[in-house]
Design a protein around this ligand. Structure first.
Ligand SMILES: [Zn+2]
Length: 510
């Protein structure tokens, strides 16, 4: 008996099938039932029951012959024919090769997970990046390898345009998929598990793992009706017979990843892991979503770590412990601290440690890839309070306090200090701007200093020393000849000495 299946969409991604009738679909039309053992389901594989939401979705996506005929995306299904899957042949082999390679190398999937995605892409588009269904559910367009639908089709195009990619190509669509999996809510497919603790990210690198990966990709990424999940899983297993590589088992074991993450908790946060945090990080590693560097970054630049306000020296000491597994030697410590005091960001120093041979070894032992260096932000992270280890004042507070003491000959008042430091931390103002604010404040102006005294203050504030007679004479002559105090100010601000003073406090001079 033949049945016409209509294919439905959910959350903007159409689960559509092209008209090529090569894919036999299992007919399991009962709705709202937990999936029992479907044909081809691996022995001992027991997926968790459908959630209420999934059951509700099954109820609103029944077979609808009229709708399927109208959409012309129908497939004939032979009931009871579920296990008859021929190796897929009607697809673009070169594109499939490209997809497989990208999923393994750029997204860190194991071989089984990669073919799990591919079983689904096969069903969606036969690996044709310009596959277009112009009349999908709701009259919207579904497009490309994954048949991105509606707002996600719009997002595919706008993201590619903004990132110099061609949305009509396999390359452009794979990079967009990476973006979806790393930076949008779609990333949950990589870590989400059902009630029985099974999921895409847990798929082992075996033929059965391929089935599992195909099943959970269909369930949590495609989110079509449940009757399609085993079919996608079957096709994933077929792709395993083509691409499957049991030796490409990059992802770490649960135990290895657990000790890797636990160590970061103990060293970076000085505490034992909480269970939710630990399991989140471990899934990130075991699913290959995050590299070793990315997880370490998550610790070193977490609010909890930043809240400790380590001074430069204690920051470097912590990195030695976390990445090299030892205490800092004095020359290494001095070298890194000097870099931090001469304009290198904490992020760049982090990369220096994260790309070290020692950390690579730690990662290898845990079965995780080190990953690329993290991007260096425009403004590096700096402490925003006293060091929790040695009590040293943070650079921004010290910089502003120094301006109070030098320019206004007094200690800062708390509201003024708070105001200026916040401006520097938020980068609303640069070191130059803040210095200008002091020199041209009512308080400073009210002192009515003569030109010679004015210049003497600039020497102390910007060069960190008293004047020399020749230099001072030069500046006072300029002022006497009508050069403005603002112009002289800018001359001092632009000096190498002031640049270095700013860097030493971790401040952008401006
Ligand atoms: Zn310290």
């Amino acid at each position: 008996m033949k049945k016409l299946l209509s294919i439905v969409l959910s959350a903007g991604l159409a689960v559509s099938m092209l008209a090529t009738p090569a894919l036999a679909l299992t007919a399991t039309p009962e709705t709202g039932t937990a999936l029992s053992q479907s044909a081809g389901m691996p022995e001992g594989f027991t997926p968790g029951p459908l959630t209420e939401e999934e059951q509700a979705y099954d109820r609103v996506s029944p077979y609808d012959e009229e709708d399927a005929a109208r959409l012309e995306i129908s497939l004939w299904s032979e009931e009871g024919d579920a296990s008859v899957f021929a190796a897929p042949t009607d697809y673009n082999k070169a594109n499939a090769d490209q997809v497989y390679k990208f999923l393994c190398t750029e997204l860190g999937m194991n071989s089984a997970q990669a073919v799990g995605v591919m079983g689904n892409i096969y069903g969606e588009s036969r690996f044709n990046p310009t596959a277009c269904n112009e009349n999908d559910t709701g009259g919207t367009i579904s497009y490309g390898l994954c048949q991105w639908n509606s707002v996600r089709y719009d997002s595919l195009r706008s993201w590619c345009a903004a990132n110099g990619k061609d949305y009509t190509t396999v390359d452009g669509q794979l990079w967009y998929l990476k973006y979806e999996l790393e930076q949008t809510s779609e990333k949950t497919v990589l870590t989400k598990t059902d009630e029985n603790g099974l999921g895409f990210g847990k798929a082992p690198n075996t033929a059965d793992g391929a089935w599992q990966a195909g099943y959970y990709w269909a369930r949590y990424f495609e989110r079509g009706a449940s009757r399609y999940w085993p079919q996608r899983a079957e096709m994933a297993k077929e792709f395993w017979s083509i691409y499957g590589d049991p030796s490409q088992d990059a992802p770490s074991t649960h135990e290895d990843a657990t000790s890797f993450v636990t160590r970061l908790y103990q060293i970076c946060l000085d505490r034992e892991p909480d269970s939710k945090g630990l399991s989140d990080w471990v899934s990130q590693l075991t699913s290959g979503v995050s590299t070793g560097s990315q997880v370490a970054y998550g610790f070193v630049f977490s609010n909890e770590f930043k809240g400790k306000n380590f001074c430069n020296e204690d920051y470097v000491k912590q990195l030695y412990r976390a990445f090299l597994g030892r205490e800092a030697d004095s020359s290494g410590l001095a070298n890194w601290v000097t870099q931090l005091e001469t304009g290198t960001t904490r992020e760049a120093v982090f990369n220096g440690f994260a790309q070290s041979d020692e950390f690579k070894k730690l990662c290898t032992e845990a079965g995780v890839s080190v990953g690329s260096p993290i991007a260096i932000p425009q403004y590096g992270t700096v402490p925003t309070g006293s060091c929790s280890v040695c009590g040293a004042e943070d650079g921004v507070t010290a910089f502003v306090t120094r301006l109070y003491e030098i320019c206004l000959d007094r200690k800062p008042d708390s509201s003024g200090l708070k105001n200026w430091t916040n401006q520097l931390w938020s980068h609303a103002n640069s070191g130059r701007d803040v210095a200008f604010g002091f020199i041209f404040s009512d308080e400073f102006q009210g002192k009515n200093y003569d030109n010679a005294t004015y210049v003497e203050y600039l020497y102390k504030a910007f060069l960190g020393r008293g004047s020399d007679p020749t230099g001072k004479a030069n500046w006072t002559n300029q002022l006497a000849q009508g050069v403005s105090r603002e112009q002289v100010f800018e001359g001092f601000v632009g000096s190498d000495e002031f640049t270095k003073i700013c860097q030493s406090y971790g401040i952008v001079r401006g």
